[in-house]
Design a protein around this ligand. Structure first.
Ligand SMILES: O=C(O)CCC(=O)C(=O)O
Ligand SMILES: [Fe+2]
Length: 453
């Protein structure tokens, strides 16, 4: 809500106040798309999944070919939310699973494909009824009918495989040949449909662990997969079990930023205009451009590989340094258009609410001798405490800083709506100092991204 806009302010100056509309996430070129689908079919896809048709590393051939299938009995454990638990049953809203199988009736031809839908990421008491899709258009119509009136959705849906590889946008289903659509989906087996367009890892249940292949994007000597552990379902918060940023990379980021660190700012909501940022946030900050720095580019690539969201949607790392007593009170990382109605630049940046930050990958770049935890004030769906500077343990879920570790939390839900439960803050450092960094990821490309040129 009140988070920093210095980066954008900087960009505004650099780009001479030239705001232009970022490429639409959904308007990908059909020819690129046919290439993507054909590559998928031929098993020669050279990239991690991204929303922007990037094909970077051979490694994801493996991951796309071994993407989870509905024929594997464990798929339900790894994807479905518990329909019986009133606390988690509604948390899969906006995410639907399609199990694509060849119907036994006509197992010889592609026309015999069947889709079994699991709406809102749960298995309802009434078993889902499969439907066949003789054409891509009929699939599209069936899906639209299942999801209800289009007015309820403010963007086109996007289909992914179980490893986060983007398959088709809603629009592409109507422009790409039925044969390609049928063959791609049958190869994927398990298809994830996000109403909010962007791929988000399903949390499933607290304590759930999921291995994510990051082959080729890890640091020297680091693992080639990472384990995402669900810490809270509401907000959707994951911890990465393994060290994500090596000690050398942490030191490199600190060293490159140290000479530039300045008092942190916040982007003030209309109601707070005129107040000092230090009322909420007392750390120092620097937005560190990746430029040609291979270490930073490696980290950006790893973040893409972990989140399955394009590098083009990333902001530069916002490096933070907190001394004793420094902190950042409870806030959201998304921009609520209602709170910025009189702020023309922010409204332009977020296209009146259509664009927003979807996820934060938060790096801990040092250990902290005391305090400095990240606090999630609405953890497990609790109402926010009155005092958003109060880090008492009963006020939420705390994550302790550990050098090289990261957490990921989502500011938008599967349907693309802002999540008020993502309220969080940095607790005061009690002893020593804290180095950390925000890697903010948007729901569409940043027009000034270093990877968007
Ligand atoms: O320092 C922390 O733990 C959280 C910081 C934060 O939320 C932010 O900078 O937006
Ligand atoms: Fe934040």
């Amino acid at each position: 809500m009140r988070d920093l806009l210095f980066f954008f302010a900087g960009c505004l100056t650099v780009f001479g106040l030239r705001f232009f509309v970022a490429p639409d996430l959904h308007a990908s070129n059909v020819h690129d798309h046919v290439f993507r689908a054909l590559s998928y079919l031929q098993g020669d896809l050279q990239g991690t999944s991204t929303s922007q048709n990037t094909f970077q590393s051979k490694s994801s051939i493996v991951s796309s070919l071994s993407s989870p299938q509905c024929t594997d009995p464990s798929w339900k454990e790894n994807f479905l939310y518990d329909a019986e638990d009133p606390k988690s049953a509604s948390l899969g809203r906006g995410l639907h699973y399609l199990c694509v199988t060849t119907s036994s009736a006509s197992s010889s031809g592609l026309k015999g494909l069947q889709v079994t839908p699991y709406l809102n990421a749960v298995e309802s008491r009434i078993p889902p009824s499969p439907f066949s899709f003789p054409s891509a258009e009929s699939l599209s119509l069936n899906l639209q009918e299942l999801m209800g009136p289009q007015e309820r959705r403010d963007r086109d849906f996007v289909l992914y495989d179980g490893n986060g590889l983007q398959l088709f946008t809603e629009r592409e289903l109507l422009t790409v040949s039925s044969e390609i659509v049928q063959e791609t989906l049958s190869r994927a087996g398990l298809v994830l449909l996000f109403e909010g367009a962007v791929f988000i890892w399903p949390g499933v249940r607290v304590g759930h662990q999921r291995n994510v292949s990051i082959s080729g994007t890890g640091y020297q000597g680091g693992p080639n997969y990472l384990t995402l552990e669900t810490l809270t379902l509401r907000p959707l918060l994951f911890g990465v079990v393994e060290q994500f940023v090596s000690n050398e990379e942490c030191n490199h980021i600190q060293n490159r930023s140290r000479p530039h660190m300045k008092q942190s700012g916040v982007s003030l909501m209309d109601k707070d205009k005129g107040k000092a940022a230090t009322e909420w946030r007392t750390s120092s900050t620097y937005f560190l451009p990746s430029g040609m720095d291979q270490v930073l580019r490696g980290v950006d690539h790893r973040v893409e590989s972990l989140t399955k969201i394009s590098k083009k949607n990333q902001e530069q790392i916002q490096v933070l340094n907190y001394g004793v007593e420094q902190k950042y009170d409870g806030h959201h990382d998304f921009f609520d258009p209602k709170m910025y109605a009189n702020d023309k630049n922010t409204m332009k940046l977020i296209e009146n609410g259509r664009r927003n930050r979807v996820a934060t990958v938060f790096f801990y770049l040092s250990d902290v001798a005391g305090g400095g935890e990240t606090m999630f004030f609405c953890a497990h769906g609790k109402p926010a405490p009155k005092n958003l500077a109060d880090c008492s343990p009963e006020n939420g879920h705390k994550v302790k800083p550990e050098k090289g570790k990261v957490i990921i939390f989502y500011s938008l839900d599967f349907a693309g709506k802002t999540d008020p439960f993502s309220l969080h803050g940095g607790c005061p450092v009690l002893e020593g100092e804290k180095w950390s960094g925000n890697k903010w990821i948007w729901n569409s490309a940043m027009h000034f991204s270093e990877y968007n040129k």
